[in-house]
Design a protein around this ligand. Sequence first.
Ligand code: FES
Length: 134
Amino acid sequence: MYNETVMDHFQNPRNVGEITDASGVGEIGNVVCGDILRVYIKVKGEILDDVKYMTFGCGAAVASGSMMTTLAKGKTIEEAKELTNKDVAQALGGLPPQKLHCSNLAADALHKAIEDWQQKPERRSELSEIINKG
Ligand code: FES
């Protein structure tokens, strides 16, 4: 049912786990099946220095989370915001149509983690300093 890339990321998922001192955390639940994917990000400057994830989901969700972390790590915040669920599914070489909804968790959870980071008080004061200087 799954291609080689999906099987590889399912059997050897990259960047699984928690970042204890994460800059932001985002979680998305899948309305179709009730599964959950949580993303942790560590931001340094404007770069996603580290991205980890955990999921209570199927093989396609595990593979999508894994692929999303490899795509997002090292990207700027702006680049990471542009990453779509479709990009993740494409990087996996496609998913069976009945499993496409599973790949909708990864990039959405990443975007939520970025939003979480942007809403942090220290981030807000950092941003207003930049705005005030400009
Ligand atoms: Fe729930 Fe795939 S069946 S994420």
